[in-house]
Design a protein around this ligand. Sequence first.
Ligand code: NAG
Ligand code: NAG
Length: 711
Amino acid sequence: MNFSSLSHFLFFSLCLLLLLLFTLSWLQTPTPLPTSPDHLSTNPKPIRSSNLPSTPSHPLDPLTIPEITAARSILLSHPLFSSSPSHLIFHSLSLDPPDKSSVLSWSSGRPLPRRRASAVVRFKGEYHSLSIDLSTGTVSSLPNPASGYPTMTIEDMTASASAPLSDPAFNRSVIARGVRTSDLSCLPVSSGWFGREIENRRRLIKVQCYSIEGTANFYMRPIEGLTVLVDLDTKEVVEITDNGRDIPIPKSAGTDYRFEAAKGNDKGRLLHPISIEQPEGPSFQVVDGHRVKWAGWEFHLKADSRAGLVVSEATVEDPITGERRSVLYEGYASELFVPYMDPTDAWYFKTYMDAGEYGFGLQAMPLVPLNDCPRNAYYMDGIFVAADGRPYVRENMICVYESYAGDIGWRHSESPITGMEIREVRPKVTLVARMAASVANYDYIVDWEFQTDGIIRVKVGLSGILMVKGSPYTHVKQFPSKQDTYGTLLSENIIGVIHDHFITFRLDLDVDGTNNSFVKVELARQNTESGESPRRSYLKATRHVARTEKEAQIKLSLYKPHEFHVINSEKTTRVGNPVGYKVVPAGTAAALLDVNDPPQIRGAFTNNQIWVTPRHNNEVWAGGLFVYQNKGEDTLAVWSERNRPIENKDIVLWYTLGFHHIPCQEDFPVMPTVSSSFDLKPVNFFERNPILNSAPNMEKDLPVCTAAAAA
Ligand SMILES: *[C@@H]1O[C@H](CO)[C@@H](O)[C@H](O)[C@H]1NC(C)=O
Ligand SMILES: *[C@@H]1O[C@H](CO)[C@@H](O)[C@H](O)[C@H]1NC(C)=O
């Protein structure tokens, strides 16, 4: 590909452009991607105005552009760093949230609790975790975790991806495989921790490359078996592993998924245009940039560089009393874990933790209007921080919209047997807050869907492009009988490797107040006494309140069904049931690796589907504060082993949504979205069906819009 066709390609693909700026080296450009801090100050684009306010108006509002600028100045002139401020590298800078009690006691119009920023910075090879008081300029140091490194900076990813080119052996190997060095695009792959001595001394990354020749979908053209170990601090090539020289680079034909390129490939099934009409406009409001109000729900919504999308202080209006009742103090994706199931040399280390290693929010790209989100959506920006500490705006990172998919909220009609003519149906309309992260090849769509019946449905969709393995085989009949291929042959010379995705959500539920308990409602067979009934057995529900953390480590089983309630035992309904919300799993997958496998030790937060911990300000990231290359000493699994009391306390429920993925040919060259979800559902929270009084649709309220006839 020459330079002009490259520009052409970039022009057509904004999302990919941003991704490329982050993760790839484009070597055919006259100037390779600059990696100096100056470049990063404008990466991905100069600070532009955002639709977000420049002053915070809620205690949980993210840092504003002026606050980030102030925090940066405080650190640059701080005695720790002022000797050489240009060596200060920002791995993260975000709101250090005020105490929960001060957030809960705050009310609109009152002064905000003291604003603090928390920063993780690197200075001359040392890492510092700091809290900065933005009103006084005071900086306090916090202890670093026992192992691991903070989330990579974009500069780490960009510079490490181009590092292999400094090595003549790398260039020779690429050329020997028939790939021009100008056709390379390389990805930085977090290298995990496997107990090698070098892993204790250096911050490392593995770089693998693809050929971009003839396709935008370079992921389908791996240079298999060529792995370059790079020191992330010095960008030195530490080691090159060069196996698989005999494996051909898969062909480019049929790999491009873009509309212009793909539309000639088959007949297609084009539908008529579709859109949802809201003749009176949407029913939701977004106040002061972050507070969303809709159909009795109110919540705070923001972008976060690590967690992606954060929902806070979700409350719902009681339809009978009109009282505002708390449901969820805070909810977000705390960590992702994506282990690939191939133990061979070029693959064993692929065990990504996308939030703590890459930044789930940093990888979220602008949403595409009318396609990612429908008409009438509201778009919210994210404000993040580059490696030099300067803020930048990730435009349209979150959208909020009302969804109507033709579903039914509730219904009942009477049959002729009763002689009654009853046809009562209510349409189901929901409110969705959405983001989509493109962590290199994979795309994750995260939806928080608020329903009028009190349900919060958290949904994760997986799309994007598979991480594939180059293979000598062009047909399954060539597969050797004894040797494992670790996946499915998707096309000639391309194997889609089996892998899992786990997304662990941290859910600080506050059901009608902060003091809550976790109750396992066991549904089990009860045998009748002989002669008691013509029936021999029935199912009986028994409640078990979990007193300590270990009683709340849950592995799901169809043959040991339970409901999982978070209740407020001090509040009951009119008839005496404790008010509660239950977490309702849908399709999910469990981690099946050996618990002592090094990746699974680091990913031990996926050993159970549910955990409940007492709320603690330092227990936020399920894989630990510093996830990169850590040894797994600071995970949710470790915290939970302390077996602390959790009854009638401010508790946090952790739910892991899992997917096993055995790739299939339909996943090539881009995957149709696969989704799953879980619900937070009221259980004896309301006195009765909370949407009894919702209105049916009427013909008069829904004018039919027709295309104007040509005049
Ligand atoms: C490897 O190839 C790249 C791109 O052609 C070139 O810029 C670089 O200098 C080469 N590296 C070495 C060590 O020869
Ligand atoms: C929560 O429960 C504790 C006792 O476990 C009690 O001291 C505290 O006042 C309660 N808090 C609230 C907000 O009810």
